[in-house]
Design a protein around this ligand. Structure first.
Ligand code: FES
Length: 108
């Protein structure tokens, strides 16, 4: 069953400046994740606010019959996008759930 990465595209980190950076931090992170997800075989979708604004940027990894993991406090970097996609691929490959891998940029 396919796992999904749900990405909040309205997340803005504490020092977000709309003049210097017209895209929100969430939009940047979403683009970085989307560009990697297809190759990993996971799906993505964007939402506007996941009610975790103080922990921006936020994503959720979900799949049918599995635990959903809401993860946050990501900077919108390629390294974090890669870690999120890898986590979603592990989630997808797990029969029931997956332990949060430590040391690869993810925090529970
Ligand atoms: S704006 Fe992203 S969780 Fe609220």
């Amino acid at each position: 069953m396919t796992s999904w990465i749900t990405i909040c595209d309205t997340c803005k980190r504490e020092n977000w400046d709309p003049v210097a950076q017209p895209l929100t931090d969430g939009e940047i992170l979403a683009g970085l994740i989307e560009s990697r997800a297809e190759a990993a075989g996971v799906k993505t979708r964007r939402v506007s606010c996941m009610m975790g604004c103080a922990r921006a940027c936020n994503v959720a990894v979900q799949g049918p019959g599995k635990l959903a993991y809401v993860l946050g406090t990501f900077e919108p970097t390629a390294e974090n996008a890669k870690a999120i996609v890898q986590y979603a691929a592990l989630h997808q490959g797990s029969p029931r759930t997956v332990k949060c891998p430590t040391g690869n940029g993810l925090k529970g």
